[in-house]
Design a protein around this ligand. Structure first.
Ligand code: KG4
Ligand code: ZN
Length: 337
């Protein structure tokens, strides 16, 4: 069965075709980053309009590249995300589903991120601990099976990707700042500043990143006042990245150990961070799984694979959804599990 995946929750238009036995047949992505750069963040209205412009041509191309006239099912991101952007993908999926008389499956965006490592040659088996880290979320989840998700910890303030982006902005690195900050950090000394690791030492698995961001801001102001910000920028980036990664890794290792889980999946945009990937692999006794770099950030392939699994287990769903806020824990396991 060929499943067309559609992702339009934020600022990337992603489409893919996933075959339930042969795997991924193709995927395409159009990033809106340049459109939003001048505003320093995603402008929802602009995002919706651009999805509308890009989506159909991308769908045509990904199907043609895979040698298909039509898929056998469509999976689309139904939330969480920007509601106007989600409605573009959901409306398109519903219309095509009706025209082609094929099932349409709404997919939870974070379930897509969580299942993205299943696109790789050696996918993780259940159960595993998922560290889901993106621009909108920082979560630790005990995953016992499809839809069996127990949220162990989340962020009390900023998501870690958001902290990367805001810190990058403070350092004058533009938008989106995560990858730019990570690149600059490679040239810096991560021990130059001793930034706080909020929440470490406290019980539970929650994260907090706003105190770290504020600590960086104070140092940036000081360096600016001293006139040596240019010389300190890379050290600030490296020390921030070290503190943020430490918080994530320590919390994840503790959760895995407490829960007796010997597999960790790292996914979401910040999962592309090289220091995070290297650190967790080095410090964890069990096995770590990641999606390939391009499937860490938003993409259609993760939606196609999640939709294919949902469809196989639970069948089609007779509803069009576009939900801005939607907890991963509200997803149920398919009937019979
Ligand atoms: O998953 P994603 O594409 O979108 C959301 O669902 O939020 O994640 C985007 C986030 C942004 O905050 C971006 O700055 C961050 O992931 N990011 C990174 C890196 N690549 C992307 N953060 C740190 N290091 C990276 N290499
Ligand atoms: Zn995402």
């Amino acid at each position: 069965m060929n499943v067309l995946g559609i992702e339009t929750s934020c600022d990337e238009t992603g489409v893919a075709v996933y075959h339930t036995e042969r795997g991924l047949l193709g995927h395409l992505l159009h990033s809106q980053v340049e459109l939003h750069a001048e505003y320093g963040g995603v402008v929802p209205e602009i995002a919706s309009r651009d999805h509308l412009k890009r989506l159909l041509p991308l769908i045509r191309r990904v199907l043609a590249d895979a040698g298909l006239e039509r898929p056998d099912a469509i999976a689309h991101t139904a939330g969480p995300g920007l509601v106007g952007a989600l409605m573009v993908g959901g409306g398109m999926a519903a219309g095509l589903g009706m025209a082609w008389d094929i099932p349409v499956v709404p997919v939870h965006h974070m379930e897509g991120h969580l299942l993205a490592p299943l696109l790789e040659d050696e996918p993780p088996e259940y159960p595993f601990l998922a560290l889901l880290v993106s621009g909108g979320h920082s979560m630790l989840i005990d995953v016992q099976g499809l839809g069996e998700y127990e949220l162990l910890g989340t962020t009390l303030d900023d998501a870690v990707g958001e902290a990367f982006d805001k810190t990058a902005k403070l350092l004058g690195l533009g938008y989106p700042g995560g990858p730019a900050l990570a690149a600059l950090a490679e040239e810096g000394d991560e021990t130059a500043f001793d930034f706080p690791r909020p929440m470490l030492g406290k019980p539970g698995y929650d994260f907090s990143f706003s105190g770290l961001k504020t600590a960086v801001m104070l140092e940036v102001r000081r360096a600016e006042a001293d006139g040596d910000i240019d010389a300190r920028r890379a050290d600030l980036a490296a020390s921030f990245q070290r503190a943020a990664v430490d918080s994530l890794v320590k919390r994840a290792l503790k959760a895995a150990s407490d829960r007796g889980l010997d597999r960790i999946v790292v996914a979401g945009g910040v999962g592309a961070n090289r220091l995070l990937r290297a650190d967790i692999a080095r410090r964890f006794d069990g096995r770590v799984y990641y999606p390939r770099l391009q499937f860490c950030t938003d993409n259609g392939a993760m939606i196609a694979v999640a939709g294919a699994l949902r469809l196989a287990e639970a069948g089609p769903v007779d509803a069009i959804r576009a939900t801005a806020r939607w907890s991963l824990e509200d997803l149920s396991a398919p009937a019979g599990q």
